[in-house]
Write a protein that binds this ligand. Structure first.
Ligand SMILES: [Zn+2]
Length: 347
């Protein structure tokens, strides 16, 4: 069943555009791919024609490599065509990294949700529970070994590496807002579970969706617990958020942040729902089979059966806590505080 579901997701273009070049994927909408210094090595950005200017959705990681690509574009494909509007789908570095830099350069506004704007500043400033020390404490509480905690601490504030500065001001987007980019009007669809208040953009008349990280063609979106909200159930939030995408036209061309544009939105949402249900069942079975209550660190190998680098281990811990919290919050598991303060779960 799962194979037929995955086959129903048709990727429209396998080969991405070369660096610093644009590929038109719908009339007036262009695909731009930028590099990322991670195992996930690219992010897709979208440019919309606005006559003698362009609108931009997402900005790329804020490092010298991406900025060199931007400079090449400004001297080449975008010469004489300024960026007039910027939309940031969410606060993650590959999306918002260059927003402040580009907005300053072109004197344009940055449209984003308030939660993403505030979270970006909180991570940069390490306010409340948004700093690396808070992440370290959360993962320690969930049983991560000290060698991995030390590696995490040695990394410092990795958010600042990809977001050297965040916009000082923004134009607020909320769910249901209509945004004019180019000749089309796009509707904001808020999404939860991946980031605080992700904004996707749907244009039903043209059957287009800029899905950001909420819908990706091959990989499942990272759904993690973060230290400021340690008891959160982002899996439930994410699954609830998918309902809005199920209401879109079946022939919608989805423009995702990673991978290639695709059609088959309903099959993809069904696959994601099945994926999370399978993961939760596997995790529940692992808890039921264990003689002792298990921590999130204990169950990382249940969810991820491959070697993990530091960045991947960091996301894997967040995902493991998210899935355990979901079992706990939906009363399929109990959460136990061990004598040493570690959180463990039992079926
Ligand atoms: Zn993201």
């Amino acid at each position: 069943m799962n194979d037929s579901l995955s086959r129903a997701v048709l990727e429209v273009a396998d080969a991405p555009p070369a660096a610093a070049t644009l590929r038109e994927v719908a009339p007036g909408v262009h695909w731009l791919r930028m590099p990322l210094p991670f195992a996930l090595d690219h992010v897709n950005l979208w440019l919309v024609d606005e006559g003698d200017a362009v609108a931009l959705v997402d900005c790329g990681y804020g490092d010298a490599t991406t900025r060199a690509h931007w400079e090449a574009l400004f001297a080449g494909a975008l010469a004489g065509r300024p960026i007039r509007h910027i939309v940031a789908t969410h606060c993650h570095p590959d999306h918002v990294g260059n927003a402040a830099w580009l907005a300053e350069r072109f004197g344009c506004d940055v449209m984003m949700t308030q939660s993403e704007f505030l979270a970006s500043h909180a991570m940069l400033g390490e306010h409340a529970g948004y700093g690396p020390a808070d992440t370290r404490a959360l993962f320690a509480r969930h049983g991560l070994a000290s060698e991995h905690l030390d590696a995490l601490a040695a990394r410092g504030n990795s958010y600042r590496k990809g977001v050297p500065q965040a916009p000082r001001a923004f134009s607020r987007l909320i769910h249901g807002d209509r945004v004019k980019l180019g000749e089309r009007t796009w509707r904001v669809i808020a999404g939860y579970g991946h980031s605080p208040e992700h904004a996707a953009l749907a244009c039903e008349d043209s059957a287009l969706l800029v899905s950001g990280d909420m819908l990706l063609p091959r990989i499942s979106t990272n759904v993690s617990v973060w230290p400021a909200e340690p008891d959160a159930d982002p899996v439930a939030r994410f699954l609830d958020s998918l309902t809005a995408f199920e209401a879109l036209p079946p022939d919608t061309l989805v423009l995702p942040s990673h991978g290639a544009p695709f059609r088959g939105i309903h099959a993809r949402v069904a696959r994601l729902r099945a994926h999370h249900a399978e993961r939760l069942d596997e995790l529940h079975a692992a808890l039921a089979a264990a003689k002792q209550p298990r921590s999130a660190a204990d169950v990382v190998p249940v969810l991820f059966r491959r070697p993990l680098d530091l960045q991947q281990r960091f996301f894997a811990m967040g995902e493991a806590i998210a899935h355990l919290n979901h079992l706990w919050q939906s009363q399929r598991a109990r959460r136990i505080v061990a004598d040493d303060g570690t959180l463990r779960f039992a079926a």
